[in-house]
Design a protein around this ligand. Structure first.
Ligand SMILES: Cc1cc2nc3c(=O)[nH]c(=O)nc-3n(C[C@H](O)[C@H](O)[C@H](O)COP(=O)(O)OP(=O)(O)OC[C@H]3O[C@@H](n4cnc5c(N)ncnc54)[C@H](O)[C@@H]3O)c2cc1C
Length: 434
């Protein structure tokens, strides 16, 4: 492994945020080193992508490679929230390209290999241990290749932390705060042979995925919990987002987590019928304990936090990968500007913070389950929504309607925009036909 002693930018983590940041920086000509502690393809949850992600893949010139992979194309969403079944189609909002259900190990590998092909120096199985941020114009990263005892250092002008939930720099600086407004955990697993729901409101056998495209299927459960059902190429990803309070009773009853997961899957209306023909893949259960967190700071002297390393909220809108790519784009822009005009580093960082915090705060305000009681909408969130196109705002309104919280959006947008955004581009179904 020939790791250099210095470069322009070091990126920690090779998920969608880190790989896309590396691609964007290489497009601008910067000497970029990326450390990934695992070896791709590596497992990751988060398989449902909404169509806006193509925007950043186009800029990064990776769309053809993703298209060529043949991931499952989805046409929209079917949501059963508090017993009401609603369906929405992406094409009704003017999207001409499909959204995708992706195996994240393969999707993330494509993005990482693309970054490498653009000239980023990618080193897998190398863990970043910490960052030294107190060196004036230079910063450095301490890393350890897998299987080696000795630590080494690389210095650079900027570090981008894209290490996901590990949040290397935010933890080191103590600026990562658990988000008490999202007290959820998640448990999920994989099934073969599950039926799925298509846009005509009918359930189809798994074998028909390529002829009749699926929708992502979501159901609400008690206490603002919910379940997902995401058909992939070989298996179907099924998961539960559960209020932590509810899990206490599971622990009290001493029920094994896997038993709880399978029991709940067999109790949730419609999900249980989709899984009637399915077989659980033994040992495929995963769990993530409270995962929502907020940053006190998104960047600082010599560093930027992007993707999940910065912040994470409830994944019900399937926006995680999109935000990872968006923040990667913003960080690459700010770093480019800082190199070109070193006198404007602080200004570039302020712009990055404003844009990314706005996006994040907006998501936070929209996803709140008890908006009226506790919401404080920041100005950056209010401004952020003005940057969205009207179709993005319409889609957001419909998605929030389907997930029982459309009012949140109406409280954030300008009063003049309300009528335009509050569209009913969804249909209500009497039932799902099996
Ligand atoms: C239950 C659940 C469901 C979700 N569903 C969806 C969904 O349907 N759609 C969606 O878009 N998003 C979803 N998400 C969110 C999505 O998974 C994340 O937002 C996305 O993976 C963020 O990408 P990232 O690049 O920031 O981080 P990651 O994808 O986590 O990548 C971080 C990388 O950094 C590496 N790393 C960590 N520490 C170090 C270190 N010290 N040194 C070097 N490398 C390191 C890791 O190995 C990893 O490869 C979901 C999340 C959860 C928890």
């Amino acid at each position: 492994m020939n790791i250099p002693k210095r470069c322009d930018v070091v990126i920690i983590g090779g998920g969608p945020a880190g790989s896309m940041a590396a691609t964007f920086l290489r497009q601008k000509g910067y000497d970029t080193v990326l450390f990934e502690k695992q070896k791709h393809p590596r497992y990751m949850v988060g398989e449902s992508l909404i169509p806006q992600f193509w925007k950043y893949c186009d800029i990064g010139k990776v769309s053809d490679k993703i298209q060529a992979e043949g991931f499952i194309q989805k046409q929209g969403g079917t949501v059963v929230w508090d017993g009401v079944i609603r369906q929405a189609a992406f094409k009704d909002f003017g999207y001409t390209r499909p959204a995708l259900h992706v195996e994240r190990d393969r999707f993330d590998q494509i993005l990482l290999e693309h970054a490498r092909a653009q000239g980023a120096q990618v080193f897998e199985q190398v863990s970043v241990v910490n960052a030294d941020l107190n060196q004036g114009e230079q910063v450095s990263v301490t890393y350890r290749p897998a299987g080696e005892k000795t630590l080494s250092q690389i210095s650079c002008r900027f570090i981008i932390d894209a290490s996901g939930q590990n949040a290397v720099i935010a933890r080191q600086l103590g600026i990562r705060v658990a988000d008490k407004e999202y007290p959820f955990m998640s448990v999920w697993g994989y099934f073969t042979g599950s039926k799925y729901v298509a846009l005509d409101g009918k359930a189809y056998p798994f074998e028909m995925l390529r002829t009749v495209p699926p929708t992502t299927f979501i159901s609400s459960t008690e206490g603002w919990g919910w379940s997902w059902h995401i058909p992939l190429r070989e298996t179907t990803s099924v998961g539960l987002v559960v209020p932590i309070e509810q899990m206490k009773s599971v622990r009290a009853a001493d029920e094994a987590l896997e038993g709880y997961f399978l029991r709940r899957c067999s109790e949730i209306p419609y999900l249980n019928r989709l899984l009637e023909t399915a077989r659980y893949c033994e040992g495929s259960m995963h769990v993530i304990r409270p995962y929502s967190h907020r940053p006190k700071q998104l960047c600082g002297p010599g560093f930027y936090l992007i993707g999940d390393a910065a912040a994470f909220i409830d994944p019900v809108l399937s926006e995680g990968c999109l935000l990872a790519m968006y923040s990667a784009y913003l960080a690459a822009w700010a770093i480019d500007r800082s190199f070109k005009d070193p006198g404007r580093v602080a200004e570039s960082q302020a712009f990055f913070t404003n844009q990314f915090a706005g996006r994040y705060e907006l998501g936070h305000a929209l996803m709140l389950t008890s908006y009226g009681a506790s919401a404080k909408v920041s100005d950056v969130a209010r401004n952020s929504i003005q940057f969205d196109s009207s179709r993005e705002r319409e889609l957001m309104y419909v998605a929030l309607t389907m997930a029982g919280r459309a009012e949140n959006l109406l409280k954030v947008v300008n009063p003049a925009d309300k009528e335009r955004i509050a569209v009913n581009k969804y249909r209500v179904l009497e039932e799902i036909v099996f």
